[in-house]
Design a binder for this molecule. Structure first.
Ligand code: AP5
Length: 208
């Protein structure tokens, strides 16, 4: 099954992907995670995109599309995938259509106030990317990753100015994809305000 998780920043796409990848036995491919891994490893790509990610703007289409093309060519993506954070523009969606058939586009629906609370309280483990929330999903010991014992950090793009920019960018460049995929009959709306467990249960019902 080939799935796209579409939705505003902080709607829970990464959190639900981490559970759904095991439920549906398909890899979770997050363009945000791929960019952050390149930044951490100080690759040429990482150096090019570091400032773009920190500001909350989008990485140019040609760079992003090529990265996804390579990733979808890997063996594990043959049985399907969850694409989290891609496509984010009409040009990316057109490029994906030429690479792969999409079965469903899951549209994460969440109000702006909840989005702001989720993003401002998010903390991550820098080495593994594991995500927490200071109120909704706190680590066992404050500020420390449960498994690695490393200190948790706040993503650069979770600072207030970058959050507002990301929401604007989402409305302008990514929200038009909802109609794009509605016209293809692929959209499945999901209430992203529920608990992760309930969201995954609802996903299982609508995707089968
Ligand atoms: P990316 O990493 O994709 O960021 P995003 O889309 O803004 O998504 P987030 O990771 O912020 O949110 P999420 O929906 O995954 O929420 P999460 O599960 O963490 O992209 C980062 C940047 O990379 C972009 O800004 C851009 O620069 C670049 N980029 C990436 N893709 C690109 C593309 N295709 N084209 C161009 N540039 C691209 O949850 C958030 C918080 O809420 C967490 O604290 C979590 O614990 C909590 N939470 C989650 N679900 C629940 C729940 N159900 N109940 C309570 N709390 C919850």
């Amino acid at each position: 099954m080939n799935l796209i998780f579409l939705g505003p920043p902080g709607a829970g796409k990464g959190t639900i992907s981490a559970i759904a990848k095991d439920v549906f036995s398909i890899p979770h491919i997050s363009t945000g995670d791929l960019f952050r891994a390149n930044i951490k490893n100080e690759t040429e790509l990482g150096k090019k995109v570091k400032e773009i990610l920190a500001s909350g703007n989008l990485v140019p289409d040609e760079i992003t599309i090529e990265m996804v093309r390579l990733r979808l060519g890997e063996e594990d993506a043959e049985k399907g995938y969850i694409l989290d954070g891609f496509p984010r523009t009409i040009a990316q969606a057109d490029a994906l259509a030429s690479m792969s058939k999409v079965d469903y586009v899951v549209n994460f629906c969440l109000d702006r106030d909840t989005i702001l609370k989720r993003l401002s309280g998010r903390r991550v483990c820098k080495s593994t990317g594991r995500t927490y929330h200071i109120l909704y999903n706190p680590p066992k010991v404050e500020g420390i990753d449960d498994e690695t014992g490393e200190e948790l950090i706040q993503r650069d793009d979770d600072k207030p100015e970058a959050i507002l920019n990301r929401l604007d960018v989402y409305e302008k460049s990514t929200a038009p994809l909802i109609d794009y995929y509605k016209n293809k009959g692929l959209i499945v709306d999901i209430d992203a305000s529920l608990s992760p467990e309930d969201i995954v249960e609802n996903l299982k019902k609508v995707l089968r």
